[in-house]
Structures are given as C-alpha cells and as structure tokens.
Design a protein around this ligand. Structure first.
Ligand SMILES: NC(=O)C1=CN([C@@H]2O[C@H](COP(=O)(O)OP(=O)(O)OC[C@H]3O[C@@H](n4cnc5c(N)ncnc54)[C@H](O)[C@@H]3O)[C@@H](O)[C@H]2O)C=CC1
Ligand SMILES: O=C(O)CCC(=O)C(=O)O
Length: 473
C-alpha cells in the first residue's frame, strides 16, 4: 500500500502490524479490549516484515526480562551494559528501530536527527527527562517508560537514608572502615516524631509517606496539584511552609522546566537549622548557585546550551556544601547529580566535576550512584513492563502508556479475518491530513478506527478490509 510520505511519519521501514501470542493486548491492558470484545478465534500472525530485520539496541544494562522477551520475538537485540559516548551513540542509533535506555543516555534532538529508522524508545525507568519527548513525537518516534515499577525501591532507600542521616551512620561506617572506633551519641537522633517534608507527592512521594508514618514520623507534603493525603499526612500550601516546618526535606518531582533549580540558596536557608536534605529525584532540581551565576549568552544553541546548563549545575553543588559546612544543614543524601558518569568505574572525581571531590569530604553526606530504583525486583518489573509495551507497539501499533503520543489501541485481528489489516499513522495535527488519509482508504471498508492528538502530533489506528489493497503481507 502506498501512503504519501508527507502525511505519514514514520514509517521509514515497514511498520509491523501483527498480533503475537505474547502481546500487550493479550495481557488485557488495552481499554478497547473489554471481555465482550475479545475475539474467541486465534489471533492472526500478520507480519509485513521479517522479525529478524527489526534491530533493537539496549543500553545501560537493561534487565534480562526485556532482553529475553525481545529476543524470543526474533528481533536482533544488541546489548550494552553502559551507555554510549555521543559519537558511538549517533553511529549506533542510525539504523536501529528501537532503542532501550535508562537515565544516562541523553536522546537530544541532535542525537535523534541521526536516527533514520527509529520507531520507538523504551525508557526502562520512570524519568523521561533524558529524552526530548516533543522532538521524538515530531519525528514519529513513540516513547515508553515504566511509571511506577521502581517507586517502592526509591521510597525504601529514602526511608533508610532518613535513619542513616539521623544516626550519622555514613560517617560512623567510614570511620570503622578506616580502623577508627569512635562511639558517641552527639547529634544522633531518633526519627520518631520528626517531620518529613515531601516535595512531589506522586508515586514515590506517597509510598514514602506510608513508610514514614509507619516508623512514627509526621508527614507534610507539597505538590503543585491538590492530592488526597494518605494516613495522617498533610498537604501544605506552599514550598516555604514545607521548608520551615520539616526536619527532613526530600525531593520527588520530575525534572521539568519548572522544577529545575527548585531548591536554591533561598530555599536551603529557609530550611530549619540542623535539618537534612535528600535528593533522589534529579540532580538539576537542586540549583545551588543560580542566585549569583550569570547565564552565558549562547543559550540559543541547543547542543551548547545543554552542556552549559550541566556545567552551571555542577557549580551549584558548592552551595549545598556551603550550607553543610556552615552547619545549617546537619546532613544530606544525594543519589542524583547534575552530571553522572556514563559507565561504572572510578569516575566520581575531579574529571567528572570539581564538586565531586569537594562533596566527598563533607561530613554526614550519603552519596549513592543513582541507585534509587536499582533493585532486582524493580529492574525485573521494568524490563517486563517496557519490553511488553515495545512489543505491543511494534506488533500492533498500540500506544497505550506512551509518554509522548496520544494513546490508541485496537482489538486483535483473528485468523478468521482473512483480509483485514491494521494500519497506524502518525502525522502532524493539521487540517486536511485526515482527509488525505481517508482518500487513500476510501475504496475500502474501514472496520474500526481510532484517532487522537497530543499537541502537534496525531495518531490514527485503523482496521480496513483490504480485499482490494495490494498490501505487503
Ligand atoms: N533516584 C532514582 O533512581 C529514581 C529517581 N526517580 C525520579 O523521581 C521522580 C518522581 O517520580 P514519581 O514519584 O514516580 O513521579 P510522579 O509523576 O508519580 O510524581 C511526581 C509528583 O511531583 C509533582 N510535581 C511536579 N512539579 C512539581 C513542583 N514544581 N512542585 C511540587 N510538586 C511537583 C507532581 O504533581 C507529582 O505529584 C521521577 O520523575 C524521576 O526523575 C524515579 C525513579 C528512580
Ligand atoms: O535505574 C535507572 O537507571 C534510573 C532510575 C531513575 O532515575 C528513574 O527511574 O527515573
């Protein structure tokens, strides 16, 4: 079937459209798949492509559950334990159909420009700030993530850190590792009755709220939307109210334009004397130097501005150091940083950033290498969830759960429906496009269709009866 290139983006290669037994749909996750709709006949194996032609690049040690799922489907799966340097990434992304990443790989517009065949991106994590979602959508690339599979793991890490900070366990442990026995109770406290201030009461924040109350803490939270408080937690009206009232302040917001630099000098100084800061969200949410830093003039250039923003945030860490050195903060736990090494190894040093060596020497600061979601349980669940979503998209064109596309899904086609085919279009949300599409399909019986838009991008899934269409099956 020929579809004018100007109204269809992608496909750059054949777009798969067949159901498979291990499909997303079969899992019953599609809203259009109520039991009354579910066809009793076996699903038809339609593959207008050779599964072996689909190339999938998995970076950052994505869990074997995903690898196995995709390999079982017959796709070519290339696996790397770390992320790739930009130059290698650009080379590799050029001809793959799907790329799977975690938080380290930055899929910026300039990287995506090199992706000639890319259909989908799987973020095997919660955050999607590492991908230019809007630009990906404009290029017809659908992005999936796992919205809550590692939430519990993050919440558990944070509650552990609250106790460890209160008891100065990080320092005590380091002293013991260096052979020093130093017993003492000065500045060590119980957490019972203390106030935990949660910024961002979403999946992680609310899980944490439950854990904190169960160990006797009081919970306050600040969120930009009004939310139902769990247990005895209480939503406060402003960030400053939370900062002045909390013994521990913990961040659980996504990185967005609004949350970048959310915590700066003013906010740190507003925190209670002797309180603690925990950041397991994103490094750039804590902007510690913004108040005196003069922004560079070349901010318009996308690649450069990214680097500059990163550098700016690196400098900002110093402010946190200042707050801690002055004793205003009694301690901090940082799991995320404005710049993080792309591979495991001895990289948390001055070559990464000046502040890296600086903060290593601060008292009562727990530093972890972005491991909030790194548990066996979370990674297995994420591998399965994002892997299934990618299969559902490649095999069916199902975008349920997509982070940057309208959500569409259609029922499976059965073996009894000999001449049915499914077609998915991703196109610009402009008047006239649908008319052109309908003109093409006008001679055929469209059994079912769904259409939805998200900003400038529209998506349309159709099941035409293709008796007279020369389709590539
Ligand atoms: N350290 C790690 O390994 C991990 C870090 N994360 C990070 O944690 C973030 C939060 O995760 P979830 O709880 O799952 O997200 P979520 O989307 O469920 O909740 C985020 C909450 O933040 C609120 N929010 C947004 N902007 C805000 C603002 N300016 N002020 C106050 N509240 C605001 C939202 O309304 C929402 O309730 C993720 O976006 C990710 O960046 C997530 C998983 C693992
Ligand atoms: O596990 C990872 O690599 C990233 C975890 C994370 O930050 C997220 O899920 O957003």
């Amino acid at each position: 079937m020929t579809i004018p290139r100007d109204i269809v983006s992608p496909p750059k290669t054949a777009v798969p459209s067949s159901p498979s037994p291990s499909s997303f749909f079969n899992a019953g996750t599609s809203p259009s798949y109520g039991t009354s709709y579910f066809p009793p006949a076996p699903e038809k194996q339609l593959k207008p492509f050779n599964t072996g032609d689909i190339k999938i690049l998995l970076l950052e040690d994505i869990n074997r559950t995903a690898r196995e799922l995709l390999q079982k489907e017959g796709y070519q799966v290339e696996f790397h334990t770390s992320s790739l340097q930009d130059i290698d990434l650009i080379e590799k992304i050029r001809d793959v159909h799907v790329i799977g990443i975690r938080s380290k790989t930055k899929l910026t517009a300039s990287v995506l420009d090199h992706a000639e065949n890319l259909l989908a991106i799987g973020c095997f994590c919660i955050g999607t700030d590492q991908v230019d979602l809007e630009y990906a959508a404009k290029r017809g690339v659908t992005v999936f993530n796992s919205p809550f599979s590692n939430s519990r793991s993050v919440a558990e890490l944070v509650i552990a850190e609250v106790i460890m900070l209160a008891r100065r366990i990080g320092d005590k442990s380091m002293e013991m590792h260096s052979g020093t026995w130093q017993k003492g109770s000065a500045r060590c406290r119980e957490i019972r009755g203390k106030v935990l201030g949660i910024i961002g009461y979403g999946h992680i924040g609310s899980q944490l709220s439950v854990l904190a109350e169960s160990v006797g803490m009081s919970v306050l939270f600040y969120d930009v939307v009004p939310l139902m408080a769990i247990g005895k937690a209480r939503q406060v009206k402003s960030l400053s109210e939370l900062l002045v009232s909390s013994d521990f302040v913990t961040l659980h917001v996504p990185e967005t334009h609004e949350t970048r630099d959310l915590i700066g000098r003013t906010e740190l100084m507003a925190m209670k004397e002797g309180s603690y800061l925990i950041n397991a969200s994103r490094g750039r949410v804590v902007d510690l130097q913004a108040l005196w830093y003069e922004p560079p003039l070349i901010i318009d250039q996308p690649v450069l501005s990214d680097v500059l923003i990163a550098n700016l945030c690196l400098e900002n860490i110093y402010m946190c150091s200042e707050a801690m050195r002055s004793g205003h903060l009694a301690g901090a736990a940082l799991d995320v940083f404005p710049r993080e090494p792309s591979a495991d190894g001895p990289y948390f040093n001055k070559d990464l950033a000046r502040w890296a060596t600086e903060i290593r020497n601060l008292p009562n600061i727990i530093l972890t290498p972005h491991i909030g979601g790194s548990t066996e349980e979370a990674q297995e669940a994420i591998g399965a969830e994002v892997g299934e979503a990618l299969l559902g998209y490649i095999n069916f064109g199902c975008t349920i759960g997509a982070a940057n596309m309208p959500e569409v899904a259609l029922r499976s086609i059965t073996v009894a429906e000999e001449s049915h085919l499914r077609v998915i279009f991703i196109h610009q949300n402009r008047p006239g496009v649908l008319r052109q599409v309908n003109d093409i399909l006008g001679d055929h019986n469209v059994d079912k269709q769904m259409s939805d838009s998200r900003g400038d991008v529209s998506i349309r899934a159709q099941e035409p009866l293709l008796a007279r269409l020369a389709c590539s099956r």
